[in-house]
Design a protein around this ligand. Structure first.
Ligand code: ZN
Length: 451
């Protein structure tokens, strides 16, 4: 079912993609993910039911850039039991209850001894915080302030049945979808957070769904989708794929795409890459409170892709920006925070950006000396002989004028102020009429800085 109309046109009827992505996010939600371990494997296996991902393993201890792949962490149970035998905190109730990468414990201790290992949010007493300690070995529990206040000052049996296996591995998912060109678009999201819906069941579900959609389309560019644990996953992928990195011409880190905020686009380090400009074209005039923010070396995996040695043209798309919504990294980031309609809108915005970079080709007019006579070619009227709307005629004139072998469609849309779709439609009409041919390669699209 490969067609040529672009990703947006290929999406099922309104309502269906959002519902499907939401249902997938809801299935992902309860799995106990971390940087490594069986929760990540189960997550990727579930995503394989949607998109044909390859699941890859990198052995613990592998040196990757300035880092090492950590031991593989798995936790079977974790609980705190009071003297009456009642479990006052239990991992079985919520995956946030144990600090990620906690080492094993099996001890009886006083509340005073236990207290430094308990994490709460005193100002939001009904929420469980999300805490990890990946690179410093410790152990701990996260609970609500109300649970803590209900714990009498007696002794407790504390059990964390976990393993940190130096002979384990880091697991990630990868899907490569070849296009007509070897130039690649990198789409990346993190798979390392446990039961947090927006951060990032939303991103994983959306990206798997988008991958399936791209695989069913005829695209000009090649697409590479990575579902990786944050930071160490992108560092490991970059370290192990250095020979392919030159092919990555555009990219997007996707996360936190299910809430109603934003949309937010954070530019790549380059700032004016085609993906940055495509995001700007899509978000300008978008509903809600769209925000375009400049690169900063903090956030998710764009930090690694945009490190100076790689300097890839990778931006980041979110709804509310991470850290700026009240539920962020707490148990309030649950399946009520994300909504099918927000997921669907995020999908359509990202698909719109990808359609733009995929169509951003440089054309050359076959009649650059004077304006070609459009009326004679039937390009000024519709099939009933009625004059085409002014905006359609203007798009034809702008495309003809900028089809000088140096301007791509993004340049044309920006300079004309016309919608990208109008420019794309005009290119197609002029191409069919024999007035445009592709420019010789490597004068390539809007990748070159403007003169
Ligand atoms: Zn996060």
């Amino acid at each position: 079912m490969r067609g040529g109309g672009g990703l947006l046109d290929s999406l099922p009827a309104a309502g269906l993609p959002g519902a499907a992505i939401y249902d997938l996010a809801a299935e992902l939600f309860p799995l106990n993910r971390s940087l490594t371990g069986d929760g990540v494997r189960q997550t990727l296996q579930l995503l394989q039911t949607v998109a044909p991902l390859e699941i890859k393993e990198v052995p613990s201890g592998t040196p990757v850039l300035d880092w090492h792949v950590p031991p593989e962490w798995n936790v079977r149970e974790a609980h705190i039991t009071d003297v009456s035998g009642r479990r006052v905190v239990d991992l079985a109730d919520h995956t946030l209850h144990v600090v990620g990468y906690s080492g094993p414990v099996d001890r009886t201790m006083t509340l005073a001894e236990l207290r430094p290992h308990l994490h709460t949010l005193p100002d939001r007493p009904d929420l469980i915080p999300y805490r990890t300690s990946y690179y410093r070995e410790t152990w701990g529990f996260c609970l609500t302030q109300r649970q803590l206040e209900a714990m009498p000052d007696t002794s407790y049996r504390v059990v964390i049945d976990s393993t940190l296996n130096p002979a384990g591995s880091l697991t990630y998912g990868e899907l490569f979808i070849p296009g007509e060109s070897d130039d690649e678009v990198l789409l990346s999201t993190h798979v390392c957070h446990p039961s947090l819906a927006n951060d990032n069941c939303s991103g994983m579900a959306l990206l798997a769904w988008l991958g399936r959609q791209i695989a069913g389309q005829k695209m000009r560019l090649s697409y590479r989708i990575l579902l990786i644990p944050g930071t160490i996953g992108s560092i490991a992928w970059l370290a192990l794929n250095r020979d392919r990195i030159g092919r990555i011409k555009h990219g997007l880190v996707i996360s936190n795409v299910g809430d109603g905020g934003g949309p937010t686009y954070k530019r790549s380090r380059r700032g004016t890459a085609p993906i940055d400009r495509a995001a700007s074209l899509v978000l300008q005039g978008s509903e809600g409170a769209p925000r375009l923010i400049d690169f900063s070396p903090y956030g998710y995996d764009e930090r690694q892709y945009c490190s100076p040695g790689f300097d890839l043209a990778v931006g980041s798309f979110q709804r509310s920006r991470w850290g700026e919504y009240a539920a962020y990294h707490t148990s309030a980031d649950n399946l009520e925070l994300i909504r099918p309609e927000h997921l669907e809108r995020s999908l359509r915005l990202v698909a719109g950006m990808l359609d733009i970079i995929d169509a951003d080709v440089v054309w050359q007019s076959t009649m650059p000396y004077g304006e070609p006579q459009l009326g004679r070619r039937g390009l000024y009227d519709d099939e009933h002989g009625r004059p085409l709307p002014e905006a359609v005629r203007m798009a034809l004139l702008w495309v003809l004028n900028l089809a000088d072998g140096r301007h791509g469609l993004i340049d044309m849309a920006e300079r004309s102020g016309l919608p990208f779709a109008a420019i794309k439609a005009a290119v197609e009409r002029l191409r069919v009429a024999g007035l445009l041919v592709p420019a010789p390669p490597r004068q390539s699209a809007s990748i070159l800085p403007s003169p």
